[in-house]
Write a protein that binds this ligand. Structure first.
Ligand SMILES: C[S@@+](CC[C@H](N)C(=O)[O-])C[C@H]1O[C@@H](n2cnc3c(N)ncnc32)[C@H](O)[C@@H]1O
Length: 274
């Protein structure tokens, strides 16, 4: 482990606390080295001498560019198409049939990273309900990290993100662009919108409720209290009896009475008619 001077220690602790208070991103003690390495990269990229200066820029100077870089460096963006198929199968078999007749389908991928989940959902709708239904569908993808939102908007992916995509789906909805990269076709991209958004910043800026929200593989980076607050606030923006999809390892059972777990990774919002 790297030994830090006191001002370095203080700077590191200040940034760690800022990440938790401002972004809900919690690094437990056993991941201290990982956070140090990630912050050191940001420090070097801005030509700063130490973490004390980095902490100063974030806190006192409120340097937005540095804040964004730290948020991005601290977040784990690993994702890929068709991730955790069991949960997606539930969406396909139990949720989509109930949404098929809606005038408007509204889905939200909260913490979407580079958008793989968003495009996976759009492709699933196109395949099962058809392009006409997809044209009545809005899928919003949001993430705290600006660079991943830019990637999502471009819709271009290296082959390793597409390993779980069935060959016939790949050839139908993804066009080769450059060496080993594929772009999502415009008809699918049109249904998908991306915004930078921090789940820790409330109230959320939505006027219309969603029928289903995907908030997968992000809650486990948050403290228990932040997990509670996030799933409670999401409930404010989901229709009664609407769905919340988490990772199978992220249960919302103990987080909020507003959600009723259906299977591991899938919950429904308690409503008047449940
Ligand atoms: C591991 S990825 C999950 C991507 C996708 N949902 C999946 O399951 O594959 C976690 C994402 O959460 C984002 N994130 C972390 N804290 C966040 C916050 N407070 N608000 C919004 N997004 C956040 C990170 O930037 C990262 O892209």
């Amino acid at each position: 482990m790297t030994v830090m001077r006191t001002s370095e220690q203080d700077g590191f602790q200040t940034i760690k606390r800022w990440l938790e208070d401002r972004c809900a991103i919690h690094y437990p003690d056993h991941k201290r080295n990982l956070l140090q390495q990630r912050l050191a990269r940001v420090q070097r990229s801005f030509g700063m001498p130490d973490f004390a200066k980095l902490a100063y820029e974030i806190m006192q100077a409120q340097n937005h560019e540095v804040q964004l870089a730290v948020m991005h460096a601290a977040s784990t963006n690993h994702t890929y198409f068709y991730r955790e198929k069991d949960v997606l199968e539930h969406f396909l078999g139990n949720v989509l049939p109930q949404l098929a007749q809606r005038n408007e389908i509204r889905l939200w991928s909260a913490a979407c990273s580079s958008g793989d989940e968003v495009y996976t959902l759009a492709i699933m709708i196109a395949e099962t309900l058809g392009m006409d239904t997809l044209r009545r569908t809005t899928i919003l993808g949001t993430d705290i990290s600006a660079p991943v939102i830019e990637l999502a908007e471009k819709g271009v992916y290296p082959a390793r993100h597409l390993e779980q995509v069935p060959a016939h789906i790949k050839s139908k909805y993804m066009q080769p662009v450059g060496i080993g990269h594929f772009q999502i076709v415009p008809e699918i991209r049109q249904a998908c919108t991306f915004r930078r958004m921090n789940l820790k910043t409330t109230p959320f800026p939505f006027r219309k409720p969603f029928q289903a929200v995907f908030c997968r593989n992000v809650l486990y980076y948050f403290t228990h209290q932040d997990q509670i607050e996030v799933v409670e606030t999401i409930a404010d923006h989901v229709e009664d009896n609407g769905w919340l999809f988490t990772s199978v390892t992220e249960s919302v059972r103990d987080l909020s009475p507003r959600w009723r777990q259906i299977i591991s990774g899938v919950s429904r919002k308690r409503g008047v008619a449940t």
